[in-house]
Design a protein around this ligand. Structure first.
Ligand code: NAG
Ligand code: NAG
Ligand code: NAG
Ligand code: NAG
Ligand code: NAG
Ligand code: NAG
Length: 928
């Protein structure tokens, strides 16, 4: 009896433990601990396995205070090169999944350079990971319908640091969860999944959510996440069960908390990653308050950019048919901006303020179908699965090609070259290769390939075929001779036999030596053959050499496009290796007399600075000039002067003030520039003339764009790179058309080529000076980025960089002042009143946020000027769009709603009812 009982309890506990293990997490969870060494189960009950399936990359251990989760103490990093590194995951086709990747930097490389790289899902670009904090994980999520048995996640294109990954998680959804009308062409990238009224900052996830979605707390503090909260917003919660009825709804724990707008309004603003664009947005409501019999809670959603969503009013009790039950209206396809402001506003017949429990917003990401040759290449590779080169994963060509392939640059590319020389290939030449219609070059030499040469007539573009140094047998197919584009054919040192087809004749490089049994058909023209083959050998040598150069060029081009470009610049503008050679030959030398005449004896002064006085002049040929007479002590010597002159004479860019020449006579040093009719940016932003000269927001953006282009040229287009060192609004000049050029390279010094900084005496202008440079005296291009950030802030605010009065007590500096306002979400507080309301708040935000990044304390945290330029261009696009809408040039409703700028501050709540008249057929809410 006892034994039986013991036996039973052992059996029972076995059963229990067994049940526990298999039930420890949902089936359909795959959790890779990248860089991990052993499997483990975390405190949530999720099983993690190491990512040792991947053959590439290096593992690293990191340690971050308070981070105890084992999966975040390791990561895998990859080289910063032009390749991509891919994980391949098994999925079940016709099933929907959530894919999550996380990136916790932890200074794993002891470099303290925050990495920036791209992540793609197969051929589809997914996200650019920009690390901005060493101890906070970046998280990206994608919802997709599996159409293939595997998916791949690839890291590539590191612009700073090394690509790396901490975890990769796959969560299988049930049934029709997240089904959309567009799922065959679009993925859903998760932008926001918010749990309102959360009781802590931790997300609600597994096991509360059986699918391990992370419902982020609304009390989490991060930049531009749920700011502008309306007064009277209150958190509420209930212990009562909430009937969520179906498992694709938010879990009960999320629905048991909410926020209520006691004063009639709930309002929020947040940044939506990946937007603007088309998205999927759902809101989740449950009446969890005890409300009186005469109380009514009725409200509308107000999205300033999408008036049509305001039509339907929500009455939770009615819509959900009872208390503690879920109602979830939403939009399958809604156009949303990057900076989304939204409000829930009570209707006039409502006695209670609005209530919201949760919200989800996903962005549609268009799938890229990938390389047209994808399946052919996959089949080809399947013959060699044990080789590393066959394991690169992802799409063969996108976002970057496998290391041994080249592809065309079409959106859906074709394979154009295969480079598999000396890779120990055995067996026959796989027939898949003959289906690659875009193939131009085939390199299979130096392997151990056997069997016959296949029929390549399916590859009519083939130019170069290398099959030499293999064990190929059989005859040379005449189909090779039919390839009209074939220029070079290398077949030497094989075991080919028979007669060479006659159509493989002239105009081609042909090498067939070392094939004992291969004969040319026509033996009578032996001398012809000999001469021909001597010619062929010469041609061959020439081709090999040129190929070698070409390939070298190609590789470095792929890897270092910028440097290659710089190299060209270097070649075309060969700078003297030492400036002391005073190579002023390119600079025009004016006589003092000439300049005296041109300026009418220095009659009209148009400016002055620390380095001299500038006069207006007109040359005999009618050209207007600006003549800068340097104060004698500003250039200590001849050498410094010739530095400037040499430098100036070699820089030509349409966004840099053109240097025309110099004059050095009678102890006077004079520089001559093109004349800029519209003065300095500074004069347009503030000062006595602002009223008449005031430039609007789009003009300001264009000025910023021009200046950024000029600086970009200095930083990346000149060899060695040039750091301006004294960027400020008085050094940005405007021409007749208010296009801007950067001037005054008086402080420029050639940066030491190759080194990231040059050390020199700190110079610059107070208010624009990079504090890091000031402290370390290490000058980098990021010092210019800092100054440019200050200029952007001036453009937004119309305030000078330094002011004793305008920034409040204890604040003299525009950076401190603007930062305080922008970070607290109050951008209106810094916008130049002179701009009135003629700007789009989105473009304003874009510039404000970039400006703050530019003035980060440390250079490595600041963006490059090229990134800043891109942001300015985006802002201009937004602004132009809005302008064309204002002017009624756009008949595209979705574009309308994307950028129309209705300012919340001025919104009259009484007007919301008038939206009722707007036809809402474009975006009808659907309750799932
Ligand atoms: C990381 O830590 C594990 C366990 O302590 C150790 O086995 C492994 O060698 C470490 N890896 C690296 C790259 O230091
Ligand atoms: C994925 O599926 C393939 C084929 O079914 C199998 O060989 C492989 O082991 C699976 N990989 C993983 C990581 O489960
Ligand atoms: C690589 O990243 C840079 C900067 O993010 C981007 O401009 C460029 O388009 C990317 N290249 C590719 C091939 O995606
Ligand atoms: C709600 O609005 C009233 C009147 O507008 C105001 O007096 C009160 O301070 C507001 N309540 C909160 C919590 O802001
Ligand atoms: C969403 O709607 C717009 C028009 O309103 C349409 O152009 C777009 O293709 C739709 N689908 C997606 C996935 O965005
Ligand atoms: C080819 O095989 C040889 C001998 O096994 C090996 O040393 C070499 O690394 C291999 N080459 C490649 C590219 O795999």
């Amino acid at each position: 009896m006892e034994i039986w009982a013991v036996g039973f309890s052992i059996f029972f506990s076995f059963l229990l433990s067994h049940v526990c293990i298999s039930d420890a997490q949902m089936p359909g969870f795959v959790s890779l601990d990248c860089g991990g060494t052993d499997s483990h189960t975390d405190e949530l009950g999720i099983q993690w396995i190491p990512d040792d399936q991947i053959r590439f990359g290096q593992t690293a251990n990191i340690s971050i205070p308070d981070e105890t989760r084992q999966q975040y103490m390791t990561l895998r990093s990859f080289p910063n090169d032009n390749r991509k590194y891919c994980y391949t995951l098994n999925v079940t086709i016709r099933t929907r999944f959530l894919l999550r990747a996380t990136f916790l930097y932890g200074n794993f490389d002891n470099n303290n350079v925050y990495p920036k790289f791209d992540v793609s899902m197969g051929a589809t670009p997914w996200s650019t990971i920009v690390i901005s904090d060493a101890s906070t994980a970046e998280v990206i999520e994608m919802i997709f319908l599996a159409t293939e048995p595997t998916i791949s996640v690839c890291l590539s294109n590191a612009t700073t640091g090394q690509p790396f990954i901490s975890t990769l998680e796959l969560r299988q959804f049930n049934g029709s969860m997240y089904i959309t009308d567009f799922e065959n062409q679009f993925y859903l990238s998760v932008s926001a999944r918010i749990n309102f009224g959360a009781d802590s900052t931790d997300p609600v996830r597994y096991p509360d959510d059986p699918y391990d979605r992370m419902w982020e707390s609304d009390s989490l503090k991060k930049p531009n996440y749920l700011v502008d909260v309306a007064a009277g917003t209150e958190k509420i919660s209930t212990k009562m069960p909430v009937d969520v009825s179906k498992d694709d709804r938010p879990p009960q724990k999320v629905m048991q908390t909410a926020v209520v707008g006691r004063n009639g309004t709930l309002s929020y603003r947040l940044n939506l990653d990946g937007f603007p664009g088309g998205g999927w947005a759902f809101t989740y409501f449950a009446e969890i308050e005890d409300i009186g019999p005469n109380d009514i809670r009725k409200f509308r959603l107000v999205l300033p950019d999408a008036p049509q969503v305001s039509k339907a009013a929500v009455n939770i009790l009615e819509n959900a048919q009872g208390k503690d039950r879920l109602y979830e209206p939403g939009f399958q396809n809604l156009t949303l901006p990057f900076v989304m402001s939204f409000k829930f506003v009570k209707t006039s017949d409502s006695t209670l303020g609005p209530l919201v429990n949760a919200m989800e917003i996903n962005k549609y990401v268009k799938k890229n179908g990938g390389t047209l040759d994808g399946s052919t290449v996959t089949k080809f590779v399947s013959h060699y699965l044990s080789a590393d080169w066959a394991q690169e994963g992802g799409d063969p060509c996108l976002p970057v090609p496998w290391s041994w392939l080249e592809c065309s640059s079409d959106p859906q590319p074709l394979v154009t070259a295969i480079h598999l020389s000396r890779n120990n290939l055995t067996g026959n030449i796989p027939s898949e290769l003959t289906n690659l219609g875009g193939l131009v070059e085939l390199w299979l030499d130096g392997n151990s390939l056997t069997g016959p040469i296949p029929d390549f007539s399916g590859c009519p573009n083939l130019k170069i075929i290398h099959l030499e140094n293999n064990q190929l047998t059989g005859s040379v197919p005449s189909s090779l001779g039919d390839l009209q584009n074939l220029k070079e054919l290398y077949l030497q040192n094989n075991k080919l036999s028979g007669n060479l087809p006659s159509n493989l004749a002239n105009n081609r490089v042909l090498n067939i030596s070392g094939n004992a049994n291969l004969h040319k058909r026509n033996k009578s023209s032996r001398t012809g053959i000999i001469i021909g083959s001597i010619g062929a050998v010469l041609l061959l040598i020439a081709t090999i050499l040129s190929c070698w150069f070409l390939r070298k060029g190609k590789n470095s081009k792929k890897r270092y496009t910028d440097q290659a470009r710089l190299g060209n610049v270097l070649q075309s503008q060969k700078l003297p290796s030492s400036l002391e050679s005073t190579a002023t030959e390119a600079a025009h030398c004016f006589t003092f007399k000439e300049l005296e005449e041109a300026t009418k004896e220095f009659e009209r002064k148009i400016g002055s600075g620390g380095y001299g006085v500038v006069y207006y002049g007109k040359l005999k040929d009618g050209r207007e000039i600006a003549v800068k007479v340097l104060t004698s002590n500003s250039f200590q010597g001849k050498r410094e002067f010739s530095n400037e002159v040499t430098l100036l004479s070699r820089i030509h860019h349409r966004n840099l003030v053109q240097f025309l020449g110099y004059c050095q006579e009678d102890g006077k040093s004079i520089l001559v520039y093109e004349f800029m009719h519209n003065g300095t940016l500074k004069e347009h932003l503030y000062g006595p003339l602002t009223r008449e000269r005031c430039i609007n927001w789009i003009q300001r953006l264009e000025v910023a764009e021009d200046a950024a282009r000029g600086i970009e040229y200095l930083h990346t287009g000149c060899v060695p790179a040039i750091i301006h060192r004294d960027l400020k609004t008085s050094n940005i000049l405007l021409d007749k058309n208010t296009r801007a050029k950067v001037s005054d390279f008086g402080l420029s010094k050639l940066a030491v080529d190759g080194a990231s900084h040059v050390s020199s005496i700190v110079r610059g202008t107070v208010g624009y000076l990079d504090p890091e440079y000031y402290i370390s005296q290490q000058l980098t291009d990021k010092s210019d980025v800092y100054s440019f950030g200050v200029i952007l802030l001036e453009l937004i605010s119309g305030q000078e960089a330094i002011s004793n009065e305008n920034f409040g007590v204890n604040c003299r500096n525009i950076v401190q002042w603007a930062k305080m306002h922008i970070e607290s979400g109050d951008i209106q507080g810094i916008i130049d009143p002179a701009l009135r309301d003629e700007y789009d708040i989105q473009s304003m935000w874009k510039i404000a946020e970039k400006a703050l990044l530019c003035v980060q304390a440390h250079g490595h945290m600041r963006p490059s000027i090229s990134e800043v330029l891109k942001e300015i261009q985006d802002a201009i696009m937004i602004e132009k769009e809005v302008q064309s809408v204002r002017e009624g040039n756009s008949d595209n409703i979705s574009r309308h709603s994307l950028h129309s700028s209705i300012h919340l501050g001025s919104m009259d709540l009484g007007h919301t009812d008038s939206y009722l008249s707007i036809d809402d057929s474009i975006a009808r809410p659907t309750a799932r």
